[in-house]
Write a protein that binds this ligand. Structure first.
Ligand SMILES: [Zn+2]
Length: 371
């Protein structure tokens, strides 16, 4: 697409997508939304049809196990399940719930299906447009919208059968893309290394459920229910536990990575604060020099002669006396030119004085501190 067109979409479309301001990704991961795909009248894919257990059942079992384990391992983390029973939820409700709950992360759990019965393995999707396979996964996972009443109104012209309408969705998640991909990558690695599954990679699809969340979001396809072996694995409680544990471990790594950013920033801030303090301390140790023009019991106006002959004249009150000073200067030698000028312009008795932390010190002391 032309750069200008992208620019127009970004500037014209994004403001109308529901963010009041450009979203900011939080580095804290305190709340996770776990979304079990499908449910109720929407069974998801039916797998090999050898059993009466479908995608919605596997998704729910793994989602519940994942939630339970995260709560156990990370007591400070709040886990919200979009559904904890076999009920129908519109896609719209899932993302609305996630946004209302202000989650830091959204993980949607699904199972794959394809005509080729030999296909197997796990894939994690992040929001984006895929030009290669015509968004087949998106067509399947978004199609539940067609089961919903008045979907045209609710989804604002978004048509699950028309990939063109996905473009705006792609942009909606743009702010969270980096974090979403990071999490997706960690999950895929864990599926491969911890659960021993075939890693089909991280892919992009314009999936509604990951598109409308104001937080990093991924959609996990645990494997193919159309593959007998993989279906048996995913229907077994051991298989479900393995997949859930891999998601939990990934959640933990992602959380640590994000939050180590916070610690890193805090460490940097603290180091800067200490450095500033040290510099200030050194600065305070340094003497400042002035030319003392006069000392008087009377306060004299500086805009009158002879004071008006000179620049940078100030008054320092000490007890009942007023000290008339010109300066400040960083060194004694810096004072010399102005001292001569002052002597010749109304202050023949002017001389150099030094201060440290606002207190007068001897010139000898000042010279010592200056070294
Ligand atoms: Zn699904």
């Amino acid at each position: 697409m032309q750069r200008l067109t992208w620019f127009l979409i970004v500037t014209l479309v994004i403001p109308y997508l529901g963010f009041t301001s450009y979203p900011v990704v939080s580095d804290r991961v305190d709340k996770v939304i776990i979304d079990a795909g499908h449910g109720g009248k929407d069974p998801g894919n039916l797998g090999t049809r050898r059993y009466k257990t479908y995608e919605k059942d596997v998704a729910l079992a793994v989602a519940i196990e994942t939630a339970k384990e995260i709560e156990k391992k990370y007591p400070d983390v709040e886990v919200v399940l979009t559904r904890d029973s076999d009920k129908f939820l519109e896609l719209y409700e899932r993302t609305a719930l996630a946004n209302r709950e202000k989650g830091d992360l959204f993980i949607s759990i699904h199972c794959d299906a394809v005509d080729n019965k030999a296909a197997y393995g796990t894939t994690t999707y992040v929001m984006g447009k895929n030009h290669d396979d015509e968004n087949q996964v998106a067509l399947r996972e978004n199609s539940v919208i067609l089961m919903e009443d008045n979907y045209q109104e609710k989804y604002e012209g978004y048509d699950p059968l028309k990939p063109e309408s996905y473009i705006a969705l792609t942009l909606y998640q743009y702010a969270f893309q980096t974090q979403s991909i990071e999490l997706a990558q960690i999950i895929q690695n864990s599926f491969k290394n911890d659960a021993g599954r075939r890693d089909r990679g991280v892919k992009q699809q314009p999936l509604y459920v990951t598109s409308r969340c104001s937080m990093p979001s991924v959609l996990v396809e645990l494997g193919y229910l159309t593959n007998s072996q993989e279906e048996d694995f995913l229907l077994s409680s051991l298989g479900q536990k393995k997949m859930a544990n891999a998601i939990v471990a990934s959640f933990g790594s992602y959380k640590n990575r994000r939050e180590s950013n916070i610690k890193e920033q805090e460490t940097k801030r603290e180091a800067k604060r200490l450095k500033d303090e040290e510099e200030k301390r050194k600065e305070n140790l340094k003497p400042t020099y002035f030319i003392q023009l006069a000392v008087s019991g009377l306060k004299k106006p500086l805009n009158e002669k002879p004071f008006s002959n000179l620049e940078r004249v100030s008054i320092k009150k000490e007890g009942r006396l007023y000290r008339y000073l010109q300066g400040d200067y960083n060194s004694k030698s810096e004072c010399q030119k102005d001292l001569l000028f002052a002597k010749n312009n109304g202050f023949p008795d002017a001389f150099i004085v030094a201060f440290k932390n606002n207190e007068k010190i001897s010139l000898t002391e000042a010279e010592r501190l200056s070294q």
